[in-house]
Ligand binder design. Structure first.
Ligand code: PHE
Length: 343
C-alpha cells in the first residue's frame, strides 16, 4: 500500500510541473490524467486492493488526488483561454496594451464642418435631404418646368426603373423640402452629395458635394445676402480677402449672382489656380424667385429670401493642396490618414 502512496506522490509532482501553451497540450493532459483510460481512473481502481481497515484513509487520499488533477486541468484551460499560458505564470496586467489606431475624418467632412459651423454661428440650422429625388423637388419646384433649357446645364442621371426619379443634381431639393414644411422663418444650410454626368478626371467627377443655404423671412433683402456672405468669406478665408459679385443666371433666383474672392493662393497677383485673373469663383447666389416661393405655398408678397450654393471639393483641394479630385473617393488609407489632425 505504501507504494501506491508513493506512486500518487510522484503523479502529483508531475501534475504540478505540467505546463501547456495551447489547447492541444491541455487536451493531452486531460487524456493522460482524467480520461477514461487515464491515471486518475487507474489509481481509483486500486481501491479494491486496499484492506478494509485502511479504506477510509485511502478513500480520502484518492479523492484528494482526483480533485488535485481536476483543479490543475481547470487552471490550464483558463490560462490557454486567455492566450497567456506559459509555465503557470500569472498574466502581467501592467503590460502596455496594443494601441488601437486612431481613425481620421475625411477631408470633405472636415471642409463641410468648417463651412456649416460658420453659418451655424449666424443662426442657420443644418438640414439634409434625399440623394434620389423626384423631378419636382430637383427641378419643377425650382422653376425648371419640363423642357426648360436650363435643365441641360446639369447633366442629370435618371433612374431607369422610374423616369420621375433622378440622382439629385444639387442640394436645392432640400431647400424645397424645408419650405414645404410650412414653418417660417427658415434659416438652413443643406450639405450633401450631388451627381452630374460628367467625365471623371483629376479636376471633375460625376459626384461631388455642396453646401447650399436658404433664408426666408419678411423683408429679407439682397443687402442681407451680401452681408451674410461677407461674414462667411472673412471667417473662411481671412479678413484681407476681397469679394466681388457678378450678375448671373439661375432659374430659381432673381436677381442671381456669382461670387468671387481674391485668390487665396497668390493673394490676387495671378497664378494657375485663378488662371492669372486674381479671382476665384466660389459660389452662386440670388434672391429666391417668387415662383419658387409660390410652388412651396409661401406668399411672395409677404416673404422674401435669399439662397446660395457652393461646392466643397474645390476649397478642400486648395486648402489641403491636393491635385486630384479622384483621391476623395478612392478610400486609400494612405491618403485619408494624413488628415487625422487637420481641421
Ligand atoms: N443650385 C445651384 C447649383 O447647383 C447653386 C445655387 C444655389 C445658386 C442657390 C443660386 C442659389 O449650382
Amino acid at each position: 500500500m505504501e507504494s501506491l502512496l508513493q506512486q500518487i506522490g510522484a503523479y502529483k509532482k508531475e501534475i504540478s510541473s505540467f505546463t501547456a501553451t495551447d489547447e492541444k497540450q491541455v487536451e493531452e493532459f486531460r487524456i493522460k490524467y482524467l480520461g477514461t483510460k487515464g491515471l486518475v481512473k487507474a489509481v481509483m481502481g486500486e481501491m479494491k486492493n486496499v484492506p478494509t481497515d485502511r479504506k477510509k484513509e485511502f478513500g480520502q487520499v484518492l479523492n484528494d488526488f482526483k480533485v488535485f488533477a481536476e483543479q490543475k486541468y481547470e487552471e490550464l484551460k483558463q490560462l490557454t483561454d486567455n492566450g497567456a499560458a506559459s509555465s503557470g505564470q500569472q498574466i502581467d496586467l501592467s503590460l502596455p496594451g496594443d494601441p488601437t489606431p486612431m481613425g481620421s475624418r475625411h477631408p470633405i467632412t472636415l471642409m463641410k464642418n468648417r463651412i456649416v459651423s460658420i453659418f451655424q454661428r449666424l443662426g442657420f440650422a443644418e438640414a439634409e435631404g434625399p440623394e434620389i429625388e423626384d423631378d419636382w423637388h430637383n427641378f419643377g419646384a425650382l422653376n425648371l418646368p419640363p423642357h426648360h433649357p436650363a435643365r441641360d446645364m446639369q447633366d442629370t442621371f435618371y433612374i431607369q426603373q422610374n423616369p420621375d426619379w433622378v440622382l439629385r443634381t444639387h442640394t436645392s431639393n432640400t431647400q424645397i423640402r424645408e419650405m414645404e414644411k410650412g414653418r417660417l422663418p427658415i434659416r438652413v444650410v443643406c450639405p450633401g452629395r450631388v451627381y452630374r454626368n460628367e467625365t471623371v478626371s483629376a479636376r471633375s467627377h460625376c459626384f461631388f458635394h455642396q453646401v447650399e443655404g436658404l433664408y426666408i423671412d419678411e423683408n429679407v433683402s439682397f443687402a442681407d445676402l451680401k452681408q451674410t456672405l461677407y461674414f462667411f468669406v472673412k471667417e473662411m478665408y481671412g479678413k484681407d480677402v476681397k469679394v466681388r459679385f457678378r450678375p448671373s443666371y439661375f432659374p430659381f433666383t432673381e436677381p442671381s449672382a456669382e461670387m468671387d474672392v481674391t485668390c487665396f493662393i497668390c493673394g490676387g497677383t495671378g497664378c494657375n489656380i485663378c488662371k492669372k485673373t486674381g479671382w476665384v469663383e466660389i459660389l452662386g447666389c440670388g434672391m429666391v424667385h417668387p415662383n419658387v416661393l409660390q410652388n412651396c405655398h409661401i406668399d411672395p408678397n409677404k416673404y422674401t429670401g435669399f439662397a446660395f450654393g457652393m461646392g466643397i471639393e474645390r476649397p478642400a483641394l486648395l486648402k489641403y493642396d491636393i491635385n486630384d479630385i479622384r483621391l476623395f473617393s478612392e478610400n486609400d488609407v494612405r491618403f485619408l490618414k494624413q488628415f487625422s489632425s487637420a481641421i
